[in-house]
Design a binder for this molecule. Structure first.
Ligand code: FAD
Ligand code: MLT
Ligand code: ZN
Length: 516
């Protein structure tokens, strides 16, 4: 019995993987929005909430461009119509109509997603949550915040400041000055975004307490509970966390905010070699223990790109000399003196060691310096995009393999003759060490089939060889549907398809995304 199971498993591992990508197939049987549909929508929404190139709206198509193109300008839809409901009831009526008429719907939050999930594959209707931005309630005893799905993450953070709480999630797309798009809490939940605070506060699967969701037939599923504990059968909300809009539209979120730390510090550590990252992480965890709140890695090349493209304030040249990579460490705790003492003694022990793991450490001594150090890390995505067209691979691999993945990918491109200024300019790595999540970015002069063919399935095969995940936090979107097989077994994919068919038998919700 044991032997035969082993043989079956080996056969599965050896089976060749199919490598074809046809997201448009999911749209067969779906209809485009017509003028008749628009007439119906105008009974539900005011004209200011409808943007359409169809009559009678006849908006110029340029006004739909920000909705049809993704943040990287890599994925392009051709939707004629964007609807911006203000209430859950309006969402429900729109979805119900679309289900009856078999019209595909793409829920859209801040459109900062990095896997093409938030824009149509073809001409699906775009349902923007931007007008649903009310904070419904906040309880400063329990810390439970209930908000519309369209609330911008930064607005929620700002709202919580006077209440001495923070959102247990932070990412570079939260809504910075001069930044075009800002992610929304509904988008964060729908992608199960990880970000910069996961090390400390855990994933949204733990901090989201309840959801309100409009199901694909228009039914409102009200699971907006604000209970810490609720063991009453299947936890349905978990299905929508990370579903990327394929199972319904998230309209409300109940989330457990964390008490605001009384003191936060950060330090940028310059390391002579990558091999020191792992022992440094171990030592940092040992010494800082409960006050460690972030441990973020970036290699030298991506640090230089951040500096080149004006993200944060460059460190002193003397501090970066000879550094192969950097780590940004943050502490958050309850008592400034206590935290500073711990951080200082960590730095002293690191600098005075016989074989120091770091060259230098730049410690922020003011709120402005604290923000400037974070700006370097949070600005990496933007820096990479300014440098060229980024192929972004967001993977989970064992921490000690981070550099190997970057090096092997660079070597693959070199062997294919693609490592030069007119093709691939840089191969860089950064990410969330504490979560084993590497962002492998290949920065090219243009998106070309040749580069893509050199990278895929190469990168996915590499990840699978380390038993890693092909998507640590960005999701599958349209980019990785055909690569899902590298991280999920045929049985898992089959059950995911059954769940999709159960919720959305007509396949109207975000067609062509997540599932192959
Ligand atoms: P969108 O991009 O609009 O949508 C993303 C997906 O969710 C789509 O499939 C969409 O259909 C679906 N969706 C959106 N809203 C809803 C809804 N209300 N109901 C149902 N489905 C919905 N990601 C991380 O995980 N960690 C990071 O650290 C991180 N940093 C980033 C930094 C930058 C500068 C940028 C540009 C992106 C970053 N991202 C990061 C990726 C992205 O910001 C996240 O995936 C974010 O959670 C997306 O939120 P959004 O509101 O922009 O969603
Ligand atoms: C990050 O960690 O900066 C984000 O996930 C975005 C990216 O991968 O560029
Ligand atoms: Zn990330």
């Amino acid at each position: 019995m044991f032997l035969s199971r082993q043989l079956a498993r080996r056969a599965y591992l050896r089976a060749p993987r199919r490598w074809s990508h046809s997201p448009a197939a999911a749209l067969s049987g779906l209809n485009a929005v017509t003028e008749e549909d628009l007439a119906h929508f105008s009974k539900i929404l005011p004209s200011s909430a409808i943007i359409s190139t169809l009559s009678p709206s006849a908006t110029p198509s340029s006004e739909l461009e920000p909705f049809n193109n993704d943040w990287m300008n890599k994925y392009h839809g051709k939707s004629t119509t964007v609807l911006k409901p203000r209430t859950t009831q309006e969402v429900s009526e729109i979805v119900k109509w679309c289900n009856q008429r078999r019209i595909g719907i793409v829920p859209q939050g801040g459109n900062t997603g990095l896997v093409g999930g938030s824009v149509p594959v073809r001409d699906e209707l775009i349902l923007s949550l931007a007008n649903m931005s009310k904070i419904r309630s906040f309880d400063d005893v329990s810390g439970i915040l209930v908000a519309d799905a369209g609330c911008i993450l930064q607005s929620l953070s700002d709202f919580l400041v006077p209440h001495n709480h923070i959102v247990p999630l932070d990412l570079g797309a939260k809504g910075r000055q001069h930044f075009n798009n800002s992610c929304q809490i509904g988008g964060n939940v729908s992608t199960n975004a990880g970000g910069l605070r996961l090390l400390r506060y855990g994933s949204l699967h733990g901090t989201v307490l309840g959801l309100e969701v409009v199901l694909p037939d228009g039914t409102i599923l009200d699971q907006l509970t604000s209970l810490r504990k609720d063991n009453t059968g299947y936890d349905l909300k978990q299905l929508f966390i990370g579903a990327e809009g394929t199972l319904g539209v998230v309209t409300g979120v109940s989330i457990l905010a964390a008490p605001a730390p009384q003191a936060s510090n950060n330090v940028m550590l310059a390391l002579p070699k990558f091999e020191n990252v792992l022992p440094l992480f171990k030592e940092t965890k040992r010494q800082l223990s409960e006050i460690l709140s972030a441990f973020e890695f970036m290699d030298r090349t991506v640090y230089d790109l951040a500096v080149k493209h004006g993200q944060g304030r460059a460190l002193d040249p003397a501090d970066v000399e000879g550094a192969e990579c950097f780590v940004l460490v943050e502490t958050s705790g309850g008592k400034r003196e206590h935290d500073e003492e711990k951080l200082n003694s960590l730095l002293e022990s690191l600098m005075e060691a016989d074989e120091p793991l770091i060259n230098t450490g730049v410690l922020a001594t003011s709120p402005a310096q604290f923000s400037a150090l974070w700006a370097i890390r949070e600005g990496l995505t933007e820096a990479v995009s300014k440098e060229g067209k980024a192929y972004k691979y967001d993977i989970s691999v064992p921490l000690h393999k981070f550099k190997e993945v970057v090096d092997k990918t660079r070597e693959q491109l070199r062997q294919k003759g693609l490592l030069h200024d007119d093709a691939v300019r840089h191969v860089v790595g950064y990410g969330h060490v504490g979560d084993g999540n590497l962002h492998l970015n290949v920065v090219a002069a243009a998106y070309t089939p040749e580069i893509e063919a050199a990278l895929e399935p190469f990168v996915y095969e590499l990840v699978a060889s380390y038993k890693g995940s092909i998507s640590a936090e960005h999701g599958i979107g349209v980019m990785k549907t055909h690569a899902l097989q590298y991280s999920k077994s045929p049985t898992s994919i089959e059950w995911m398809k059954r769940i999709k068919a159960l919720f959305d038998p007509n396949g109207i919700m975000n067609p062509g995304k997540v599932l192959p």
